[in-house]
Write a protein that binds this ligand. Structure first.
Ligand code: FAD
Length: 563
């Protein structure tokens, strides 16, 4: 029997969650082995919207600009458009900046869009290629495509696993400190642990509730034969059918999804059926080449009842299943990896206690419930809307039906696609590793984000006088912001961090506006850019760092820490 392969973190699954986790760990020199049975990254487009918060995480890792260059050509519109047919009458449109315009546009925005990045419309298949390339450069990361997790045992002191090449051959034994199940909706890891889904499923709607057919296709004439202004996403609303399509490469490749009837025999659908359905949705037959076809079920809002069991964690679709309205499944998966990555590293380095790992579930499970809930609301908003029978008629009743639909859909598109509150407003209130200060967080709202340094939320963003993002000045690990012209001493934090072997950098920023934005002269920022604590003096630095690292029970709220 050969010796087992040794690693620190075994990652089952090379989708966005697993690949992002490999990047977070690899950037910290933590050994990890990632397995995926597929021969490489995803062939199908899958998710199509990278939310602004995900882009900020890509920026933190140094490759947001590379991701923004992927997918559509830089000047391709990223609008979302609702029509009677893809080449029919336009009913509603949300105009959004192109990839070329986004980096400058965000610098002129404020309020809800106080951010380092805007969203980017790019198919997951391209994002995965970049995440894989980035991970491959990191010496402590090993990626094995064509391999899968076949068995595992949590011994209490580690994970003993059996991994198997899809092509066959002898299985290998792997010994790891931790296992992360980032192995998607049908998660082997979740099933092995007997972890049940919570939440709801089986929602029936006219659209985004029930059986869907997905067709990845090439349609070179899509734009030329279409009288409407170009968009990135087109949604068909008419009494006959409901469908949407996203441009994959801005040239000829598209991801087409159409709602099927409940009793449709979707497994028996042929390419001829797909061509017929596409022609109906487009409004006329145009030449298409089918690259792949799959069926899927819309109407989930599911969250695993357990996110951590012993040394095993669940992340991404293995832990939560969305209806894709709002484009939140992949983005929530990425944020799981961000949350778990620095925590695993801190524990493996001996800087943090097991309570830090337990905070993963305490922070991410409520977030998953929140985000699946938002996705469900968006699905209700578009899926329960019914087009009038006269919608496409050339008559006064048709004109009126289109005006009504236009009014509703112009409201809906802003509810579903202008969601700074969802993307920036997720919070970890009540987490034992957040040192609360007794202040109330802003209300949670999908379409409004209120920047707030109330501990537990994303650090408020600002563009600095040097033209750079505040986030670009943050340390990769911990940052202590010392804000305003009269910032207090930070020595106690430096000393406490040194004793813990913690990489903490103090960032002095004298501008009074920043102290006003943070409502405090000191703010401790976690590696995931979440405010862990804020206050006006550093006397409790050892206790604050100990709590933020899960080394002690939460301290009582100190009156001296009130901002
Ligand atoms: C057709 C389709 C369309 C979608 N559209 C959207 C959308 O528009 N917006 C949106 O937000 N989301 C969408 N999604 C969902 C989105 O793609 C997922 O939320 C996202 O991929 C989740 O990432 P993940 O890394 O958690 O899981 P996945 O991307 O599913 O990756 C899991 C990986 O685990 C691997 N795996 C499975 N078993 C094992 C094993 N035993 N050992 C090792 N590896 C294993 C799989 O091969 C897979 O690569 C869509 C999904 C599909 C299938």
């Amino acid at each position: 029997m050969t010796d087992p392969l040794q690693t620190d973190v075994l990652i089952a699954g090379g989708g966005p969650c697993g690949l992002m986790l490999a990047n977070e760990l690899g950037r910290r020199d933590i050994r990890c082995l990632l397995l995926d049975p597929k021969p490489g990254t995803a062939f199908n487009p899958q998710a199509n919207a990278t939310q602004a918060r995900t882009m900020e995480h890509f920026r933190r890792l140094g490759f947001a600009h590379t991701i923004r260059a992927l997918g559509l050509p830089p000047d391709h519109p990223t609008d979302i458009c609702y029509l009677t047919r893809f080449a029919g009458t336009e009913l509603a449109r949300l105009r959004l900046p192109t990839a070329a315009a986004a980096p400058e546009a965000i610098k002129r925005m404020s309020g809800s869009w106080s951010a380092a990045e805007l969203p980017h419309r790019v198919s997951q298949k391209y994002v995965e290629i970049e995440l894989r390339a980035q991970a491959q450069r990191l010496p402590s990361v090993e990626l094995r495509y064509g391999w899968q997790l076949a068995a595992f045992d949590d011994t209490g002191s580690g994970i003993d696993a059996r991994v198997q090449a899809v092509a066959g051959g002898d299985p290998l034994r792997v010994r790891a400190a931790y296992l992360v199940g980032a192995d998607g909706a049908r998660s082997f890891v979740r099933k092995q642990l007997g972890i049940a889904w919570g939440g709801d499923t089986g929602f029936k709607r006219k659209f985004m509730g029930g059986k869907m057919l997905a067709v990845y296709l090439r349609a070179p004439a899509f734009y030329d034969r279409n009288p409407n202004e170009r968009a990135w996403m087109y949604v068909v609303v008419n009494p006959q059918l409901r469908a949407f399509i996203m441009s994959v490469d801005g040239v000829s490749e598209f991801a087409f999804h159409i709602q099927m009837a409940d009793d449709a025999a979707t497994e028996a659908l042929t390419e001829a059926d797909a061509r017929r359905l596409f022609a109906q949705a487009y409004g006329q037959a145009i030449e298409i080449e089918i690259l792949s076809m799959a069926t899927w079920l819309a109407g989930h809002a599911l969250v695993a009842t357990v996110f951590q069991q012993g040394r095993v964690f669940l992340g991404g679709d293995a832990a939560h299943l969305f209806t894709p309205t709002g484009g939140l499944g992949y983005n929530t998966a990425v944020e799981d990896a961000v949350n778990l990555g620095w925590k695993l590293a801190a524990v493996l380095r001996g800087q943090a206690g097991p309570a830090l790992l337990e905070s993963y579930a305490l922070e991410r499970q409520p977030l998953a419930v929140r985000n699946t809930g938002y996705a469900r609301t968006f699905a209700d908003s578009i899926g329960l809307f019914e087009a009038e029978p006269e919608l496409e008629d050339d008559s006064a009743a048709g004109v009126q039906a289109r005006a009504l639909a236009s009014d509703y859909l112009n409201g809906h598109v802003r509810r579903e696609f202008n969601i700074p509150g969802v993307t920036f407003g997720g919070r970890y209130d009540g987490s034992p590793v957040i040192v609360g200060d007794g202040s109330a967080p802003p209300p949670d709202s999908a379409n409004v984000y209120v920047p707030s340094a109330c501990p537990g939320g994303r650090a408020p963003h600002a563009w600095l006088a040097d033209g750079r993002s505040l986030y670009d000045h943050f340390n990769f690990e911990w940052t202590l912001l010392a804000l305003g012209p009269d910032a207090p001493s930070t020595e106690a934090f430096r000393t406490a961090a040194q004793q813990l072997g913690l990489d903490l950098q103090v960032l002095h920023l004298p501008a009074p506006e920043l102290a006003a934005l943070y409502e405090a002269p000191l703010a401790l920022i976690r590696p995931d850019q979440i405010v862990a604590w804020r206050g006006s003096e550093d006397s409790r630095a050892p206790q604050i760092l100990a709590q933020a690292l899960g080394r002690t029970a939460p301290a009582s709220t100190g009156a001296t820490d009130e901002p």
